[in-house]
Design a protein around this ligand. Structure first.
Ligand code: SF4
Length: 348
């Protein structure tokens, strides 16, 4: 068992949690009903850590309120993962804020893998030491890194860097990320690369960098405004639909000779209603109406299926499939992925 805390206390806490969720878990017909009428998604982005040490100007995961609340205990996190597994989730993507700032992140990734979930993390690279990557390689299937631009000058303009750096008008994000990628290559990680396109980087040429990173999957997001989260973002950061499309077409064409790199564009429309998310307190939520709609109770109280049933109308499995939400993420059982491989972060 991966528990490092006193086993008696852990067992007691686990029993308390299980008792608290009996209304769902001890009622198979209720759970089956939920799963029939409100099918759960196959993948969930768990925004497990609300704090972040970066200051991206477009950030739509600032979680200011959540930062004032206590973190889940290690045991609560285990129980949340177990409830997700029971509900039929196949893949958990640990995101933030910055997930690497969470004190239990390694334990939770290991527990998820012990439950036979596909594991993924999207990080700004914080604390991604060679030691971390080596230790976690048996447990972490996919390493997602957010790199928005081919130069750190552009990253500085986007706020993509440590707060101290951005205050000085600089960023060393790209240089740090390159070191992480080199180390990740050594340990055979599947790498996802995430890029947010806004007015600052809309004309950037990422071809050379993406070829060097050689990600399995490059997700390109059109910067998105979420009411109450990042609507303070200066309007000039937005990127017009046609300009976003031009960025996509340009890079798809440039990389057309490298089919091993899957380029996955996500416009604002494609992002809405196609993400199943859970916050650091284990409330599940969706974003179909351009704002976050949260479950009435957290997973720690009612279990995943019950919590999800209160927000599932804000999620479309069909639209999720259409935007390529299900992809070949099962490294162990895949016949088409060749390992080891390398790629490079917020979404699937
Ligand atoms: S690294 Fe991610 S969570 Fe942190 S400020 Fe940037 S976009 Fe937001």
């Amino acid at each position: 068992m991966p528990f490092s805390a006193d086993s008696v206390v852990v067992a007691l806490e686990r029993n308390m949690w299980k008792n608290a969720t009996t209304q769902n878990k001890n009622n198979p017909s209720r759970q089956a009903e939920n799963q029939t009428t409100n099918p759960v998604p196959v993948a969930v982005n768990w925004h497990c850590e609300p704090h972040c040490n970066y200051s991206c100007f477009f950030c739509y995961a600032p979680f200011v309120e959540q930062q004032r609340k206590p973190r889940l205990t290690i045991v609560e996190g285990y129980a949340v993962l177990e409830s997700m597994k029971d509900a039929g989730i196949e893949k958990v993507n640990f995101v933030g804020g910055e997930p690497m700032l969470h004190p239990h992140i390694k334990h939770w990734i290991k527990h998820a893998k012990a439950l036979n979930l596909t594991t993924s993390i999207v990080s700004n690279g914080t604390r991604m030491s060679s030691e971390f990557l080596e230790e976690m390689s048996p447990y972490l299937d996919w390493l997602g890194l957010s790199i928005d631009a081919s130069t750190d000058v552009l990253h500085a303009e986007m706020g993509r860097g440590l707060r101290g750096e951005i205050k000085k008008g600089v960023s060393n994000h790209l240089e740090r990320s390159k070191l992480i990628i080199e180390n990740a290559k050594k340990f055979g990680y599947g790498i996802k690369l995430n890029t947010v396109v806004c007015s600052v980087n809309q004309s950037d040429d990422m071809e050379e960098l993406v070829r060097w990173i050689a990600p399995d999957r490059w997700k390109i997001f059109q910067v998105l405004t979420i009411k109450g989260e990042n609507d303070h973002m200066p309007s000039y950061f937005s990127v017009q639909d046609n300009v976003f499309q031009d960025y996509i077409v340009r890079h798809q064409h440039a990389l057309s000779d490298t089919p091993s790199i899957q380029v996955v564009p996500e416009s604002n429309e494609q992002m809405l209603g196609t993400y199943a998310m859970m916050d650091a307190q284990s409330y599940v939520y969706t974003n179909q109406n351009g704002r976050y709609e949260y479950s009435k109770e957290p997973v720690t109280v009612v279990g995943f299926s019950e919590a999800w049933s209160t927000v599932s109308q804000g999620f479309s499995n069909n639209a999720f499939e259409e935007r390529g939400g299900t992809w070949n993420w099962d490294k162990e059982n895949s016949a088409t992925l060749s390992l080891p491989m390398v790629d490079t972060e917020a979404g699937e």
